[in-house]
Design a protein around this ligand. Sequence first.
Ligand code: AMP
Length: 125
Amino acid sequence: MPIDATRPYDESNIFARILRGEIPCSKVYEDEYVLAFNDIAPQAPIHILVIPKGAYVSWDDFSARASAEEIAGFVRAVGRIAREAGLVEPGYRLLANVGANGGQEVPHLHVHIFGGHPLGPMLVR
Ligand code: AMP
């Protein structure tokens, strides 16, 4: 069920629980700013989620409240993870769903990295 991205951060969301180590994940990368792990229901041969370590509901929340250091750390990590997954030469897609119309289901900012085969045209339906 899509979330309301204007609600306050919910510490019990599943990605917060992964960050606290309460739930396992298939970790791809971690540094002081981000954790990246494989999506549990992959929609492409490579489907990685990158989340900031800070408590941000969505891209809207992150872009408004995160420090310049956190934003730089997050953006650089997304690029590095895709690069290290070998996705630059064949190409890849980034996606961040925001709120109800975006279809966001987990209320902790996450960027999807998709790759591993041709992804076709962007779908907005
Ligand atoms: P979104 O619709 O953008 O909020 O995407 C949420 C994503 O989180 C979906 O692609 C889910 O498959 C994924 N997901 C949900 N729970 C987990 C989990 N425990 N580990 C990894 N991925 C998850």
